[in-house]
Design a protein around this ligand. Sequence first.
Ligand SMILES: [Zn+2]
Ligand SMILES: [Zn+2]
Length: 233
Amino acid sequence: MPKYQNNKYFFINQEIPLPTSQYHSINHIFPSHLGIIFIGKILPSILTKIDFYINKIFNSFFYEILFIGETEIPSFLYESEIREEHNLLKQTSKKVILQPTNKLYNIIKNLMKDHNFNVGLGLTDLPLYSSNDKSLLFLFGESNINHQCALVSTHNLIPHFNEDSEYNLKVRNRIIKEVIHEIGHLIIGLEHCLTRDCVMRYSKIIEEIDSKSVNLCKKCQSKLNEVRLKNNF
Ligand SMILES: [Zn+2]
Ligand SMILES: [Zn+2]
């Protein structure tokens, strides 16, 4: 049975398990290699901005940031049935299929292994639901500290009448804030910040993303410095 929310009928795609972590501890080592992986239609115009803000906010935490994936679905994803779902999403404006986050974490983890990334962030236009909490639908983003990977979905960050045009400033800022927020979790932990305009504040609705800044507050900044000190850089 399809469910109805956000003005849309949607189906929940089947859950898949995520293999247990290969890491024994969540204390990961920085600086590390970050890969940003595009899954679906992500406009390349956002790249330089993302690169700029990651380097500004997480200065020296990453040796380099590599962007992989094309604006179209890459061929290696054909087998994982993502392409079919993506095409379906484009054809129908009302019916969408939500993907479990674990499914995308698996794709990211495989690419991280192939490219020697220690940290991976997937950027997708597919709508997501949380594999950890099935009641969390149409996620903006999620991170998985054990696997050192995170996801940001642009699906609900872009107004639907505007889907095929260039990202406007508002949409660009939302994507950047969500990317910084999820990478922030991978470095300083899962806790959310209560400071009003801190990027690590939790955003349930889009207006809450718009009202916060892209920056870390003083408290989160000092957490970042602690990680830096612990890793001697
Ligand atoms: Zn969060
Ligand atoms: Zn904060």
